[in-house]
Design a protein around this ligand. Structure first.
Ligand code: BGC
Length: 415
């Protein structure tokens, strides 16, 4: 039994990041190309130098250590490792060996994501994830990572949020390739990603049977606007779009049912759903923020008690759970501090409910390039001066450090 307020022994305390959002100068991927098109990114931003983490990773990991972290989720940039199809860059492989080695030296366990929203230009030129053969084209990179970096990785995350990726790129048009309402491609992308996950899962387990392999699934909470049947249907329909992917022609399955050793959950927000017969383009669902619940700078409502609901939903799967992402887009760091305590107390309640949560990765380490929203969104526990790139741990980062060190919530946290 874990004493009240404490987290289970060995609980992983980390932050989460993605190569393109922090490294800088990732010129050889589809996002870089997309960013150069006028109007794609808020305020005319582009990832550019980002946080220059590519060169400053030692300094950044020292900050993680100062924040008492024992884990860190990061992604490996495919376009650096395989700049043209079938050609591998040994210098870049060495770079990531240094990065992972440095983390280990600092006593920080890496969780490594193989695909976090960016693909090499050669891959996107052939149709990217919507093209037949996409999963097979991804595999030589996966094999290279398995062979050359696998000894440094115990926790693997094959793909980041396939559903958000597919919806943003082929339905909403906020991610490359910027298509809107292309349902046929949406399902092709999801189907190819499902295949890629299965292939990668099998390949990693064959080489590293003791490693733990999963993917990060974005869980957006859809709440019915009323008890009325049609609103419950609307919430369910909205959930289906975001939680299911095709496993065979005409057959959809929940993403969390994919082969995996753990369930990775990214949870940030929720909205209400009402049936609206006028909205045929949106599957007859009107979504809106939950009245009375604070809205983050991303424009979506976020209530920390939802985390417990999301986690309890996974109990039936009887698998370890890692919260691969959770955080708040706000410049109000006091709100972030309150939110952190509330979220973690809800994680604790879910653990008491019987969900086997093994770790929490806060999104994100430092303020970074928030895709189409640019640099205006501030999710970080560390502030980055955009002119000098100087880092400064925010009060929320200090609070997180105290929690991680004690493996427990502060005594004043509401339960
Ligand atoms: C993505 C991150 C992103 C975060 C905040 C997640 O869906 O994995 O890359 O920065 O949400 O929007």
């Amino acid at each position: 039994m874990t004493p009240p307020g404490k987290f289970p022994d060995g609980f992983l305390w980390g932050t989460s990041s993605a190569a393109h959002q922090v490294e800088g100068d990732n010129r050889n991927n589809d996002w870089w190309q997309f960013e150069q098109q006028p109007g794609r990114i808020a305020n005319g931003d582009s990832s550019a130098i980002a946080c220059d983490h590519y060169h400053r990773y030692r300094e950044d990991f020292a900050l993680l250590r100062e924040m008492k972290q024992n884990a860190h989720r990061l992604s490996i940039e495919w376009s650096r490792i395989e700049p043209s199809q079938g050609e591998f860059d040994s210098r870049q492989i060495r770079h990531y060996r240094d990065v992972l080695g440095e983390l280990r030296e600092q006593g920080i366990q890496p969780m490594v994501t193989l695909h976090h929203f960016t693909s090499p230009l050669w891959f996107s030129a052939k149709g990217g994830w919507a093209a037949a053969g996409a999963a097979h084209a991804f595999m030589p990179f996966v094999h290279r990572v398995i062979d050359e970096l696998g000894d440094l990785i115990g926790l693997w995350c094959t793909l980041n949020e396939p559903n958000i990726y597919a919806v943003s790129g082929w339905m909403v048009g906020e991610f490359p390739p910027g298509s809107k309402g292309d349902v046929a491609s949406l399902y092709r992308v999801l189907s190819n990603m499902r295949r890629a996950h299965e292939l990668a899962y099998g390949a990693i387990k064959r080489s590293w049977p003791d490693s733990s392999v999963g993917l990060s699934h974005h869980r957006f909470l859809m709440l019915p606007a009323s008890k009325h049947r049609r609103d419950r249907w609307a919430a369910r329909a909205a959930e289906l779009v975001l939680d299911r992917w095709p496993v065979a022609p005409g057959q959809l399955r929940n993403v969390v049912d994919a082969p995996s050793d753990y369930i990775g959950i990214a949870h940030y927000w929720g909205q209400m759903c009402a049936f609206d017969p006028r909205l045929s383009k949106d599957q007859f669902v009107r979504r809106f923020n939950v009245p009375g619940v604070p809205v983050t700078d991303m424009g979506l409502s976020a209530d920390p008690t939802w985390m417990r609901l999301v986690l309890n939903d996974l109990r039936r799967l009887n698998k370890p759970v890692y919260i691969t992402e959770n955080g708040l887009a706000t410049a109000d760091d006091e709100w972030r501090q309150r939110y952190l305590k509330e979220i973690l107390s809800n994680v604790q309640l879910a653990i008491e409910d019987g969900v086997d949560v093994r770790g929490y990765f806060h999104w994100t380490t430092m303020d970074n390039f928030e895709w189409a929203r640019g640099y205006a969104m501030r999710f970080g526990l560390i502030d980055v001066d955009r002119k000098t790139l100087e880092r400064r741990i925010k009060p929320s980062g200090r609070l997180y450090a105290r929690i991680a060190q004690a493996n427990s919530l502060p005594l004043d946290s509401a339960q």
